[in-house]
Design a protein. Structure first.
Length: 338
């Protein structure tokens, strides 16, 4: 266990240093290329952020890749890095269109969904055919497994679409998506360590255990890269991650859940991601059903809180603390019942 923890810490440190060094360079490059954020006119209190460099996700994506190259890959960790990068490319194309045409709309919604779905299909088939992961999902806080059979494929596709877009929707305030993802990955990493210890005690094969170890190291790399980026994205942000970063982080979070068979734990620790999505869905459905009335002052939920007069840095802290609370409760329940 000590070796696993050390490997994860090394991945975190390498990724942090690379991200912290690369992000200022990204700021300079995207600034010279005039790759700057266009702010929506209806987010009035964000108008002073107009022109902030974007596509900051490039820095932490490269940081994760470099850290994982240094430490080596298992099958699932290699796929996780590939998926994170692929989603980052989709987001990068979206950002490029926004920057080129100086607008807040990049790829059309259906184009992004198609690209995300294609990536998810590849991963779903890979997992279904991987004997070390297979078609089982775990019930949170227990070792109970449910075999979904072939239905694991549509389930994983749904998870990827839901998670990546939830993280993307949460990226609306300085430090918000990065901060919540950092805490989410921390507690997912701790729970995976608990579960790996359980697998050792139950006599599972090294091949199965290595899949989880790879994800623990990957989680460390994502945490480090995100932490290095947050130095420059915390309020007041010097750079935004753009869809390049938010979709990449969404892909990383999705991988952390599906490769460890902990899909059902994601809505618990990732409750703030879920609330971001639900607030948008509720707002749209209610607006259409009532002919123009709204449940929230603005969606996603963090903008509703802004309209209530809460400062964005305070909202970010609240989101991070809520994620941490759910993470702590989850760790305690795993220690008690697994």
């Amino acid at each position: 266990m000590i070796r696993i923890i050390l490997q994860s810490l090394i991945a975190l440190i390498i990724s942090f240093l690379v991200s912290a060094l690369l992000t200022p360079l990204v700021i300079k490059i995207v600034g010279k290329l005039k790759a700057r954020q266009t702010i929506l006119h209806y987010v009035d209190n964000h108008l002073n952020k107009q022109g902030t460099p974007t596509m900051g996700g490039i820095g932490f994506i490269l940081a994760v890749i470099i850290a994982m190259l240094f430490l080596g890959f298992s099958g699932s960790s290699l796929m996780s890095v590939a998926v994170m990068t692929a989603y980052g490319v989709v987001g990068g194309l979206d950002d490029f269109i926004k920057i080129k045409y100086k607008q807040n709309q990049g790829l059309k919604a259906y184009q992004k969904i198609i690209a995300q779905t294609l990536i998810a299909i590849i991963i779903a088939i890979y997992i279904f055919r991987n004997k070390n992961i297979g078609s089982y999902i775990l019930i949170p806080f227990t070792s109970i497994e449910i075999n979904l059979g072939f239905f694991i494929i549509p389930f994983i596709i749904f998870m990827f679409l839901a998670v990546t877009n939830s993280v993307n929707l949460t990226d609306g305030l300085d430090g918000l998506a990065g901060g919540v993802t950092l805490v989410f990955m921390l507690f997912f990493c701790l729970i995976q360590l608990i579960y790996v210890n359980h697998l050792y005690n139950e006599g599972y094969t090294d091949q199965i255990i290595n899949e989880y170890i790879g994800q623990i190291i990957f989680a460390g790399a994502v945490m480090g890269g995100t932490l290095g980026y947050l130095i420059f994205n915390s309020y007041p942000a010097k750079i935004f991650m753009g869809d390049t970063g938010s979709l990449a982080l969404g892909g990383a979070v999705a991988c952390a859940t599906v490769f460890t068979r902990l899909e059902l734990l994601m809505p618990i620790i990732g409750v703030m991601f879920v609330l971001s999505s639900l607030s948008v869905i509720i707002q749209v459905l209610y607006f259409k059903a009532t002919g123009g009335k709204r449940v929230f002052l603005m969606a996603p939920l963090h903008h509703h809180f802004e309209r209530k007069g809460i400062h964005e840095s305070k909202i970010t802290v609240i989101y991070i603390m809520a994620t941490a609370v759910m993470g702590i409760l989850s760790v305690i329940l795993y220690l008690l019942f697994l």
